[in-house]
Design a binder for this molecule. Structure first.
Ligand code: DOR
Ligand code: ZN
Length: 348
């Protein structure tokens, strides 16, 4: 196959930061995707409807002229998120979920949730009004191995929440393990998962390839090859529970290439191309549209997009760096070859 035309995709998990950094990165996503679920882990975090409205305005203002990209906003759950705030979020029309960051789990999670019981009133309200619960599924207990944190989260927390709040719609974000795939496959209706391009393309060897590779470090950290294979099988199966969420997470080069580097991989510059590569290797390019453009919209209860994008088989290399406010950021697969390239659909 040398060219592939699919319905325009959406990104169901994205970090675009704020201020001048936002202006540097959001055009990459707006070029490929119609919509994206915008993560709320700013400093300070987006904890109220008013903050989400203001952030949405800043995103819209940062878009290239003529862009029709639509940011789908989320709230950042804290120990004190009030059920009224949840109901106001659902009523807003522009907020589509609320995100659990276990305190200390990842970038800007220090204001996150310290014990799951603290958000039971918020979850109750979400289950009632239909706001989607987005989960960073890792425990933070220092005694749990970093490679086991997702698996232990399923056993200690997620199983309990899925059972207790039977009508709560849950997205287990950026799943990375075979156990997470199996959990979602066996879960009740209303439980789904997003999968990133890096977790489909790489295993944890990529963090240590000939030396330490900070640009392949994200959270949840890359896992074993058998986990990667389980993710490929899930993404390419005829299973509506698994859909696209890049978790593209830009950091300035100096905060990655340092003695305590930040977690996050920037993939927005080549997101759909990276997924196309993973699906092609699995011999399942025919399922890319379902994964990228159908299942997420269906899960969130939004219409699928009606316009298309075209991917061409044409080798290209992402540059060594892109501008990022006054800094630069190193994109995923910088300087390496990619097999596919998105082109604007030629209009007749
Ligand atoms: O690698 C990550 N980066 N994982 C997260 O959960 C957060 C993200 C970020 O915001 O940089
Ligand atoms: Zn994320």
């Amino acid at each position: 196959m040398t060219s592939l035309r699919i319905l325009r995709p959406d990104d169901w998990h994205l970090h675009v930061r704020d201020g001048a950094q936002l202006a540097s990165v959001v055009p990459f996503t707006a070029r490929q995707f119609a919509r994206a679920i915008i993560m709320p882990n700013l400093k300070p975090p987006v904890t109220t409807v008013a903050m989400a409205a203001a952030y949405r305005d800043r995103i819209l203002a940062a878009l290239p002229a003529g862009s029709r990209f639509e940011p789908l906003m989320t709230l950042y759950l804290t120990d004190t998120t009030a059920p009224q705030e949840i109901r106001a979020a659902q009523a807003s029309g522009f907020i589509f979920g609320a995100k659990l960051y276990p305190a200390g789990a990842t970038t800007h999670s220090d204001a996150g949730v310290t014990a799951i019981e603290k958000i039971y009133p918020a979850l109750e309200a979400m289950a009632e009004c239909g706001l989607v619960f987005q989960v960073h599924g890792e425990v933070t207990d220092g005694e749990v191995d970093v490679f086991d944190r997702e698996r232990v989260f399923i056993d200690r927390i997620l199983t309990k929440v899925v059972e207790r709040f039977k009508s709560l719609r849950i997205v287990f974000e950026h799943v990375t393990t075979r156990e997470a795939v199996q959990f979602v496959q066996g879960a009740r209706r209303g439980v789904a998962a997003t999968i990133t391009p890096q977790h489909l393309l790489l295993n944890r060897n990529a963090i240590f390839q000939g030396g330490i590779r900070p640009h392949n470090y994200c959270l949840p950290v890359l896992k074993r090859e058998h986990d990667r294979q389980a993710l490929i099988e899930a993404a390419t199966a005829e299973d509506a529970r698994f859909f696209l969420g890049t978790d593209s997470a830009p950091h300035a080069r100096h905060s990655k290439e340092t003695c305590c580097g930040s977690a996050g991989i920037f993939s927005a510059h080549a997101a759909i191309e990276l997924y196309a590569e993973a699906f092609e290797r699995a011999g399942r390019l025919d399922r890319l549209q379902a994964f990228a453009s159908e299942r997420g919209a269906d899960f969130y209860g939004l219409p699928r997009n009606s316009d298309h994008i075209v991917l061409e088989r044409a080798a290209w290399s992402p540059p060594a760096a892109y501008p990022f406010d006054k800094d630069e950021l190193v994109p995923f697969r910088a300087g390496e070859q990619l097999a596919w390239r998105m082109i604007e659909e030629r209009r007749a």
